[in-house]
Design a protein around this ligand. Structure first.
Ligand code: IPM
Ligand code: MN
Length: 359
């Protein structure tokens, strides 16, 4: 298969982890006889610095001409601490999602055997957890009208959802559940919010098309508690944009490190694949960032194009690296861990020579 992949490394540790994902994809191309072409473009704070725009037109052009986008991370403390900044790195990411119609954000969370003791949660609670969050990504409060009065004393963000916006992501969640444990949990705040009541109504209707999948409901406050109290009860979690953002960071604690969590943003013509961690500016350039989230995002990219064997090989390589403790410091049990690059090299080697790779 031939794929043109737009690479948007972005800020902080984005470039160094993305570099490992590219290395791994190149190994897959070699081993499985595919052609993957990579072209880079600017996004985020670095794009603001160089062009004044967090998502330059050239970047949009490249993405439109590509089959998929491999995204690093964006964000810079410079902007976080300046509430009056008009141009922000995050706008680049939000615009990308909206322009390319990426309405579904898929975030798998799994407790790896080898890392059970890395989580602050008790082993008995997290062992066996395997959750997939379907987060609506182009609607809700993130994209509703915003306002600030002249005196700058009253602000508002509108949360709005249409039936169609709910339906399309719900279908994807139910389809995913069909090939998993056949359960969808809709997380909302239907005791308070009108949008949540619409979600319940629409999703209940859609559930009728999937008689083999069970549907239950949880209020978001309770869901936040249940996620750490009894995460094994979940299979697919379906939820709106902001609840999904918050719950997926919370759920990352189950895996032992946010540096492991990959995501896919799909729905439009071009899908985007990115780690769920942020730009982690404190670690930039130090070679300590965990590249696994980015590498597993590359595996999700391959899955998206039906390259299951190839994606599986990456997952096996990642599992092997955990087993042999060739890991960065965030999840290393032995010592201070190995470098970002070393993890990438090991995974690359495993893909090329799965039988021979031991250390
Ligand atoms: C995420 C991030 C983004 C979000 C930010 C950077 C805008 O936290 O992808 O989860 O809130 O969606
Ligand atoms: Mn987030």
């Amino acid at each position: 298969m031939k794929l043109n992949i737009a690479v948007l490394p972005g800020d902080g540790i984005g470039p160094e982890v993305t570099q490992q994902a590219i290395k791994v994809l190149k190994a897959v191309a070699l081993e499985f006889d595919h052609t993957f072409n990579f072209k880079e473009a600017l996004v985020g704070a670095i794009a603001i610095e160089e062009t004044g725009n967090p998502l330059p037109d050239e970047t949009i052009k490249l993405c439109k001409a590509s089959n998929a986008i491999l995204f690093g991370a964006i964000g810079d403390p410079k902007f976080d601490n300046d509430p009056s900044a008009k141009v922000r790195p995050e706008q680049g990411l939000l615009r990308l999602r909206k322009e390319f119609g990426m309405f579904a954000n898929i975030r798998p969370i799994k407790a790896y055997e080898k890392l059970l003791d890395k989580s602050p949660l008790k082993e008995a609670i997290i062992k066996g957890t395997d959750i997939c969050i379907y987060r609506e990504l182009t609607g809700g409060i993130y994209f509703g009208e915003k306002s600030l009065n002249e005196e700058k004393t009253i602000a508002s963000d509108l949360c709005q959802y249409s039936k169609e916006e709910i339906e399309r992501v719900a279908h994807l969640a139910f389809k995913a559940a069909q090939s998993r444990k056949k359960k969808v949990t809709l997380v909302d705040k239907a005791n308070v919010l009108e949008t949540s009541r619409l979600w319940r109504k629409v999703v209940t209707e859609i559930a009728k098309d999937y008689p083999d999948v069970s549907l239950d409901f949880l209020f978001v406050d309770n869901a936040a508690m249940q996620l750490i109290l009894n995460p094994k009860q979940f299979d697919v979690i379906l939820t709106e944009n902001m609840f999904g953002d918050i719950l997926s960071d919370e759920a990352s604690v189950i895996g032992g490190s946010i540096g492991l969590l990959a995501s896919a943003s799909i729905g439009g013509k071009v899908g985007m694949f990115e780690p769920i961690h942020g730009s982690f500016p404190q670690a930039k350039g130090k070679g300590i960032a965990n590249p696994i989230a980015s590498i597993l995002s590359a595996a999700m990219l391959l899955e998206h194009f039906g390259l299951h064997k190839e994606a599986r090989r990456i997952q096996q390589a990642v599992e092997k690296s955990l087993e042999l403790e060739i890991t960065t410091s965030d999840i290393s049990t032995k010592n201070s861990g190995v470098s970002t690059n070393r993890v990438g090299d090991f995974i690359e080697d495993f893909i090329l020579h799965p039988e021979e790779t031991n250390l």
